[in-house]
Design a protein around this ligand. Structure first.
Ligand code: G3I
Length: 475
């Protein structure tokens, strides 16, 4: 079948085309008959280099089949071959051959999947003192497996810029050693946890107290941080004079707090606070948590007294107060497709149609025992992105107290959850901010047993911190 071809190949490369010869051993099968021609036998090389190349004959439509390996049958010839060595290199992967003198020996030079090409190069070197005989290299295929030509790896889409933020409690800046530095070193955005809420800024009707919040905001701004104004209108943390009817009567002396009075109070609060911080706080949670899990409006003084239109009225007042401020609606529990997310989508759509909203906050308070799926987070973000608003993760923490297992296991689960949320954000260009609700387990609204944050109670990074970074970089 093959002519003995004895070539002494000094130092030239010999390109040999040979057929689809594949041994049937090892679960391999011959190439389809077409395409390969053989014109080779055994060649010998001494003191030089022999390059054998296999290639599909011109015009062969490669079905994507690749070679799993190349086998060569070699033997040394000559009296001075004791201890001779040969080197076989297939597509850059080297293998030392040490054939027995006088007898043929087959070497299988596995080199899959690097042989995903129409050709391969087999380079053989032999010592000067000995001739190496090579009998037709055999191409091995992997039975039943055809390699689709490697899909061009999509270059990872450059991850858009995602600012990293954290909620900060002003009292901790002086009370917890290292707390301030941890924030200043790792985060670019601050959300005051409670210091900008209505009960803090307007403790008495028409009496505004900005002292503590000013210190906090000025500290952050001096540190080069952006500040999110959280929050102007919220059913919780409203001042006592507003929600305690008897107290209200005493203060207002005007009987029940009716719709018009409360609208006036709301508008005055929004306008006074936003204008006080104009230039220092450029983004506000105008309304926090207006909806319930079933998609209905969240009862409380604002809804009960004004009606659902309080949301639109609040945004209208905010837009009028500081026209270039960015106005956000912040919600809890709308992070994945559900009835609340549907209701939120409709509300944001209506506000956007009136030019009243710029951003939506998804709080992302997660119970590690029932975490959201990455694809659900991503699809929800992608849906809201169609509204043309910026999307922010605003309050992420992952409560591990209900997880089984030890600390290491819990923190590993927590890391994956943080990583998934960050990856989802990185895949949606409209998601431009990722904020955790605190930095360290030493101070969390959930209590120490929740251990919900990326840094532990000694302010050391947990696995969640690295996972968060990876996720924000594209996962
Ligand atoms: O400042 C008083 C202090 O004087 C008093 O001694 C102490 C004991 O009652 O209470 C202190 O106020 C507490 C306040 O946090 C400041 O620490 C309130 O009782 C307490 O209810 C309040 O909890 C805050 C909670 O919102 C109230 O709704 C949490 O710290 C805060 O993390 C949490 O944040 C909310 C976001 O604003 C909106 N999204 C949900 C998130 C978690 O609930």
């Amino acid at each position: 079948m093959t002519r003995a071809l004895r070539l002494v190949v000094p130092l030239v490369a010999l390109s040999v085309a040979w057929p689809n010869v594949a041994s049937a051993a090892g679960g391999v099968r011959p190439l389809p008959a077409s395409g390969f021609t053989e014109r080779a036998g055994s060649v010998s090389v001494s003191g030089g280099r022999l390059v054998l190349r296999g290639r599909a004959a011109a015009g062969t439509a490669m079905s994507g089949t690749s070679f799993e390996a190349v086998s060569v049958r070699v033997r040394f010839a000559g009296r001075r071959c004791r201890g001779a060595r040969a080197m076989a290199v297939v597509n850059g992967r080297a293998r030392v051959l040490q054939p027995r003198r006088g007898s043929w020996r087959t070497y299988r030079l596995a080199s899959a999947p690097s042989l995903r090409r129409r050709t391969f190069a087999l380079r053989l070197r032999a010592g000067h003192r000995c001739r190496l005989l090579v009998r037709r290299p055999v191409l091995h295929l992997v039975a039943g497996r055809t390699f689709a030509p490697p899909a061009p790896r999509p270059s990872p889409a450059p991850v858009h810029t995602i600012e990293l933020g954290a909620a900060i409690a002003w009292r901790n800046v002086s009370a917890i050693p290292g707390y301030a530095d941890l924030f200043l070193r790792h985060f670019s955005h601050m959300t005051p946890e409670n210091e900008l809420k209505m009960n803090a800024l307007q403790p008495r009707r028409d009496t505004f107290d900005f002292v503590e919040a000013d210190r906090m905001v000025d500290w952050a701004v001096a540190g080069g941080k952006q500040v999110r104004g959280h929050t102007l209108v919220f059913k919780h943390q409203t001042p006592g004079w507003l929600t305690n009817p008897s107290l209200t009567d005493q203060l207002t002396g005007e009987g029940d707090l009716d719709r018009d009075k409360l609208l006036s109070i709301m508008r005055k609060h929004i306008t006074t606070v936003m204008r006080h911080y104009a230039g220092r706080i450029r983004e506000w949670d105008v309304v926090n948590e207006p909806l319930r899990p079933d998609g209905s409006y969240n009862p409380g003084i604002w809804l009960d007294t004004i009606g659902p239109e309080y949301v639109e009225e609040a945004f209208r007042s905010a837009r009028a107060a500081v026209p270039d401020a960015r106005l956000c609606l912040n919600e809890i529990g709308a992070e994945v497709p559900n009835r609340l997310a549907d209701a939120l989508f409709g509300l944001v759509e209506r506000l956007k149609a009136q030019g009243l909203i710029d951003c939506v906050g998804f709080q992302m308070h997660v119970n590690a025992a029932t975490p959201p799926a990455l694809d659900a987070l991503q699809s929800n973000l992608q849906r809201f992105a169609t509204l043309g608003v910026d999307l922010h993760v605003t309050e992420m923490d992952v409560n591990v107290s209900q997880l089984p297992g030890g600390t290491a296991e819990k923190f590993a689960v927590q890391a994956r959850i943080f990583g998934d949320a960050a990856t989802a954000c990185s895949r949606v260009p409209a998601c431009t901010r990722f904020t955790t609700w605190g930095t360290t387990d030493a101070s969390t609204w959930l209590g120490p047993e929740a251990q919900p944050l990326p840094f532990d109670d000694a302010l050391a990074p947990k696995p969640a911190w690295a996972a968060l970074q990876r996720g924000l970089a594209g996962g």
